[in-house]
Write a protein of this length. Structure first.
Length: 127
């Protein structure tokens, strides 16, 4: 199976009951930078834009995208709490699209913002 046949892609595996984190792609539709994150002690999934290499895009805009990504998340988590994160602009916009479908998606979502992964060894010293 090719890597891009699965969405979301599990980036980190962890045992225990920590709330899983779902990271939404950057503006280019990719999740490459999320592979650089250090351990977050939870299951972490990256959702890439399945249409990032297509010209037709999302006819229904952010609402259609949110509906599709909700389907991806529910296939992994079902119901229950999740953490939702990504780049500030993308996650904020996606979160608004998600809120438009609260009745459809009955999972509590706590928004988490990830601005950029730190790949320097000095990051371990930064809280």
């Amino acid at each position: 199976m090719a890597l891009l046949e699965t969405n979301p892609i599990q980036l980190q595996h962890a045992s225990g009951n920590a709330t899983p984190l779902f990271l939404i792609h950057d503006g280019g539709g990719t999740i490459l930078k999320y592979f650089l994150l250090g351990s977050l002690d939870r299951n972490v999934y990256g959702i890439y834009d399945p249409k990032f290499d297509r010209e037709d895009g999302w006819e229904g805009g952010i609402v259609e995208m949110a509906q599709e990504y909700i389907t991806f998340i529910k296939a992994i988590k079902g119901t229950g709490p999740i953490l939702l994160g990504g780049q500030y602009g993308r996650i904020n916009t996606f979160h608004r699209g998600l809120l438009a479908h609260v009745a459809y998606f009955k999972t509590f979502v706590k928004r988490l913002v990830v601005r950029r992964p730190c790949i320097s060894p000095d990051c371990a010293a930064v809280g």
